[in-house]
Design a protein around this ligand. Structure first.
Ligand code: ZN
Length: 295
């Protein structure tokens, strides 16, 4: 049994730490996250993206995640990341996900609120939590992150002022939708940064004063630790991580494969370095976000 995001974030908000939420695409990533969470006594939040769930991928990944929950003692939440399609959300709920994100951030306010409310009604009926996005977190380099994957190829680079979350819209959005957590645009971006981001902590302060529900930061990879800690102190309770773990996985694999002659080597040896590098990233995030020792 998975726990909901709502439960996990309530504790984080009260005690002022953040849950590291890791996008996972395969067994190696899932195993690395659950093992390090267990070692660090941190709640484990897994996220899945549409591309990995297609062609029955949802059944394979859900089975692996259920085994993670069954064989380790830390609480596990399984969350659908960045869904834009009601059918994908229904499929995730039916597969047993305990949390979903509906991303209507490129839509006008009214339409985003209307669609989010539909998802909330559908999810809450099954005891599933919902995250929504207000303002829009762009791709750091256009065409390389979630925007590109979701078909927003014309989305602008960087994070222009008009994509930031408007604090004046927050209360109305939460009241209309009854959503459980809100992703905010405060200067982070998806993917790999061209230059170091500067978070709009002033904007976050304003939003946090108004918001009755926990706040989420996307584009956590590559954001400097000191800024992340300040964001947590100002109300961020969930931070999404993908690119830094992928970097560990891919550089580890590349280095290993460049240094062996035997191309029939077993995967457990081929993946050794990749797993070690992913584990290091995961552990650093857990400790930076303060989710260690919370279980
Ligand atoms: Zn995101």
């Amino acid at each position: 049994m998975f726990v909901t995001m709502k439960e996990m974030l309530a504790d984080a908000r009260e005690k002022k730490y953040a849950i590291p939420a890791f996008d996972v695409s395969n067994y190696e990533m899932i195993k690395s996250v659950i093992e390090v969470c267990e070692e660090e006594k941190s709640p484990a939040m897994f996220m899945c993206l549409k591309a990995d769930l297609e062609n029955k991928g949802i059944h394979f990944l859900t089975a692996l995640l259920q085994e993670a929950a069954k064989n380790y003692s830390v609480p596990v939440c399984v969350h659908l990341d960045h869904a834009t399609d009601f059918n994908d959300i229904k499929q995730a709920i039916d597969a047993g996900f305990s949390s979903v994100m509906y991303d209507g951030s490129v839509l006008p306010f009214e339409k985003n609120a209307e669609n989010t409310k539909i998802v909330v009604d559908m999810a809450h009926a099954k005891g599933v939590s919902v995250e929504a996005e207000l303002g829009h977190v762009c791709d750091a380099i256009a065409g390389t992150g979630e925007d590109a994957m979701m078909g927003n190829a014309d989305a602008k680079e960087e994070n222009p002022e008009d994509s930031l979350t408007d604090p004046l819209e927050v209360e109305k959005f939460v009241d209309i939708t009854n959503v459980d957590a809100l992703a905010v645009a405060i200067g982070t971006a998806h993917g790999v940064y061209r230059s170091t981001p500067t978070l709009r902590l002033d904007r976050l302060d304003e939003i946090n004063k108004i918001s009755k529900i926990p706040l989420v930061l996307h584009g956590g990879s590559g954001t400097p630790d000191d800024q992340v800690k300040q964001a947590i102190a100002r109300g961020i309770t969930k931070i999404n991580i993908f690119s830094e773990v992928l970097n560990g996985l891919n550089t580890g694999l590349k280095d290993k494969l460049n240094n062996i002659q035997n191309m029939s080597m077993w995967p457990i040896f081929v993946y050794e370095e990749a797993n070690a590098r992913m584990r290091e990233v995961i552990r650093n995030k857990i400790r930076t976000f303060g989710s260690n020792g919370r279980v």
